[in-house]
Design a protein around this ligand. Structure first.
Ligand code: GLU
Length: 301
């Protein structure tokens, strides 16, 4: 396999460490500020030239199409967000997606983003509707039956969002007999259904619909990854708050076509060899969010 990369600094991958200070700041759509692919004057990464990725069916497909099609979220401030007014996409995941595209030789003008809800991710990858997926996508064995993951590139855990004036809660059992909302097909809704039978559930395709229900007093809590909930708390600081700690470990991976080892290795190498770029993307998007996390070590798979 031959690969060319514009930037390939050597860094040391460190074990993930997540701690939350509970403070939220920054603009809701883009807590870290800055434009796509840059942080002030200096670009965070450059578009690689003359890339060849032998043995990757996905790369061949991308070359044929002349563009990269990436599945993302677009209602998760700080992670994957589309500003409906400006058309600007921001967030940690979106910049990770752009970085991967750039490493394959494709700049922003040759990237197409497709919003795909949690429940539809595996199918979109299996169908070839997208070349890869970057959107709070937890690596797990069930999903690995259908697709592969590069990463992990971020670690968080299941948390809780409640109304601003609700009592603090520190365990899911606090919601026995109450209604908790989450996204269809997500790991948090699966956890509740499998392990907390006394909690009533409300499901939507999008977490933003759950947050609206919480604000409208129709559900008692929203549960999903705390990193996602922190973005909503920053978006609606007067209405909602994150409460309690982390109930699970969610390791985010890049969803890939099963068996495309060349692309998976390329992305894992990119993550491992460029910790400075990862850190720049984190600082830009989540640096002011209150999330404290180090880049996790990429798994050998
Ligand atoms: N990380 C969890 C999952 O992959 C929840 C977030 C999401 O639905 O994207 O299911």
């Amino acid at each position: 396999m031959r690969r060319t990369r514009a930037l390939a600094g050597i860094g040391i991958a460190t074990a993930a460490l997540l701690a939350l200070t509970g403070c939220n700041s920054g603009s809701p759509s883009n807590p870290g500020g800055g434009d796509a692919g840059d942080s002030g004057d200096k670009p965070l990464f450059e578009v690689a030239k003359d890339v060849k990725l032998d043995g990757s069916p996905t790369f061949d497909k991308i070359e044929k199409a002349g563009k990269v099609t990436i599945g993302v979220k677009e209602d998760q401030p700080g992670l994957g967000y589309l500003d409906a007014t400006t058309g600007e996409r921001t967030g940690f995941d979106v910049d990770i997606a752009r970085w991967i595209a750039a490493s394959l030789g494709y700049g922003e003008d040759k990237v197409e983003f497709k919003p795909i809800a949690s429940a539809n991710r595996e199918q979109a990858i299996v169908n070839g509707d997208i070349d890869y997926y970057v959107g709070t996508y937890s690596i797990n064995d069930k999903r690995k039956e259908q697709i592969d993951f590069a990463g992990p590139y971020f670690i968080t855990g299941q948390g809780l969002l409640v109304a601003k004036d609700a009592p603090e809660a520190d365990k899911l059992e606090d919601f026995n007999g109450k209604t908790v909302c989450s996204a269809t097909g997500s790991t948090p809704i699966q956890n509740i259904k499998a392990n907390f039978p006394e909690i009533k559930t409300q499901e939507y395709d999008l977490y933003s619909a759950c947050v609206q229900d919480l604000i409208d007093g129709k559900v008692d809590a929203v549960t999903t990854d705390q990193a996602i909930l922190i973005g909503y708390a920053a978006q609606y600081p007067d209405e909602v708050k994150v409460t309690g700690g982390l109930f699970t470990e969610e390791r985010y991976g890049v969803g890939l076509t099963k068996g495309d080892d060349a692309l998976r290795t390329h992305i894992n190498d990119l993550f491992t060899e460029n910790n400075d770029i990862w850190q720049g993307i984190f600082d830009k998007n989540l640096g002011d969010s209150g999330i404290k996390v180090e880049q996790p070590e990429v798994d050998a798979y």
